[in-house]
Ligand binder design. Structure first.
Ligand code: EPZ
Length: 420
């Protein structure tokens, strides 16, 4: 099982490029199920989660072709021979976002058998809203033996209201509604930029969608969709993660192939912590102070502070000057990185969904264990500033969401290497 060895103390400086967004690519690749024509995607990040989804789609009968070399970020999917609308537990348990095939399969095939994703380290992660929405659109849905069985000759447009803001719930229902008979309105919709990127791809395929990016999305169903070529948007969470790594090390970096467009809440907090942040057309620069000032955060749906950046901010607050309060309002168990940060010497007290972080002068390197994707990123940031060596175990979590992590960190001057 791979480990990452980090020698702390290096200021991050220089430049590296940001990859396509994992959380845009996952739903957008599933959109190819909605048409018989080939769909080409560019700037697709090469991540384990993407590989898992492509294997799942291939199992369903989708023809998958991928570029190589400089063209490795190009993927073409041809679902003309889609003949097996099933996502097995073996596939779904390794990547819960596989639930995103449910809506497209019901819309395209009139049926789907998709394993319940089950929980993960950060929470129970139910999919009741996905199911409720499909039922409101006329699908017969039974949940038995750990699978969601959905059937309907053709979905009917409906007015849907999700009980809470759900990103993949909004995405699943938006994709399903594209081929429904009549208009669907999704109220309380997620406003994340990845939802907008998906909507842009669907519209390019011939879907009729308005309101993406707001909390009311209207979709007028059409008979069929066509192929297109779509470029995946930059990964705003990867961008924020490297900005935090530079901030924690008192560094000065430039990130290319990305933008500050969808990171206002994160950039505001980095500036409050004492960083200078400059936006360019498709790049972003950060210059950090010698030592950061503590910043409190409260996670909420977009455009507020993203839960996927919470762990990274716990790491930077661990070495900042002052005390910070971190409130996690989206997931019920997203503080697993706290106990690992404490092994590095961080002063953190947890009380329910609130963490109190008292900044310390120095962290000490130690062996720690990654528990989930963003928790792993926070351990990397802490390892970069800790005295001595930090070894992070179970870094398969990192490989799910950060493309060429150690190469990009090395681009920025970090002393890091992977141990087999
Ligand atoms: C997406 O997960 C992201 N994943 C997550 O990123 C991200 O943390 C999350 O949105 C919140 O922004 C992808 O896009 C692939 P939700 P998702 O449905 O859609 C509850 C990462 O690190 N809920 O918006 O699964 C749920 O339990 C990952 O890249 C229900 O109760 O999250 C949670 O408390 C982690 N019933 C809240 O809503 C439902 O049917 C928000 O979850 C659906 C959700």
């Amino acid at each position: 099982m791979d480990k990452l060895l980090i020698e702390g103390g290096a200021r991050l400086t220089g430049e590296t490029a940001i990859s396509g967004a994992k959380n845009a690519a996952l739903p957008i690749l599933c959109a190819a199920l909605l048409t018989r024509e080939p769909v080409t995607f560019t700037n697709v990040p090469q991540l384990n989660d993407i590989g898992t989804l492509l294997r799942l789609l291939a199992q369903m009968g989708v023809k998958v072709s991928r570029g190589s070399g400089d063209d490795a970020g190009t993927v073409t999917l041809d679902a003309s021979e889609l003949d097996n609308p099933v996502a097995t537990y073996e596939m779904v348990k390794t990547m819960r976002a596989s639930i995103l095939v449910l809506g497209p399969l019901v819309a395209r095939c009139g049926e789907a058998k998709v394993s319940l994703p089950g929980g993960c380290a950060i929470g129970a992660r139910p999919v009741d809203q996905h199911i409720k929405g499909l039922q409101a659109m006329g699908a017969q849905v039974a949940v038995e033996h750990g699978y969601v069985h959905a059937q309907v000759p053709r979905l009917k447009g409906a007015r849907l209201f999700t009980d809470m803001v759900t990103v993949t719930g909004t995405e699943n229902l938006m994709m399903a509604a594209c081929l429904a008979d009549g208009e669907t309105v999704i109220e309380n919709a997620a406003r994340e930029p990845e939802v907008v990127d998906l909507a842009n791809c669907l519209v390019a395929m011939g879907a009729r969608i308005s309101g993406a990016g707001t909390d009311v999305i209207r979709i007028r169903g059409v008979e069929r969709l066509s192929g297109t070529t779509h470029r995946i948007m930059p990964d705003r969470i990867e961008t924020g993660t490297y900005l935090c790594a530079a901030a924690a090390t008192g560094g000065e970096i430039r990130l290319t192939r990305t933008s500050s467009a969808y990171l206002d809440a994160v950039i505001d907090k980095l500036m409050d912590a004492g960083c200078d942040v400059v936006s360019e057309r498709d790049a972003i620069r950060l210059k950090a102070p010698q030592r950061l000032t503590s910043v409190s955060i409260r996670t909420s749906p977009y455009p507020a502070f993203p839960t996927d950046m919470q762990a990274q901010f716990m790491a930077i607050n661990a070495v900042a000057n002052g005390a910070a309060v971190i409130r996690e309002t989206i997931f019920e168990n997203r503080f697993m990185h706290a106990v690992e940060l404490q092994r590095l010497g961080a002063d953190i007290r947890i009380d329910g969904n609130t963490a109190m972080v008292q900044g310390v002068e120095r962290l000490q390197g130690a062996t720690v264990m990654a528990t989930d994707l963003r928790a792993s990123a926070s351990l990397v940031i802490a390892g970069l500033v800790a005295e001595g060596e930090t070894v992070i175990e179970r870094i398969y979590h990192l490989d799910r969401g950060y493309e060429r992590l150690e190469q990009k960190l090395a681009d920025l001057g970090a002393r890091v290497r992977r141990l087999a």
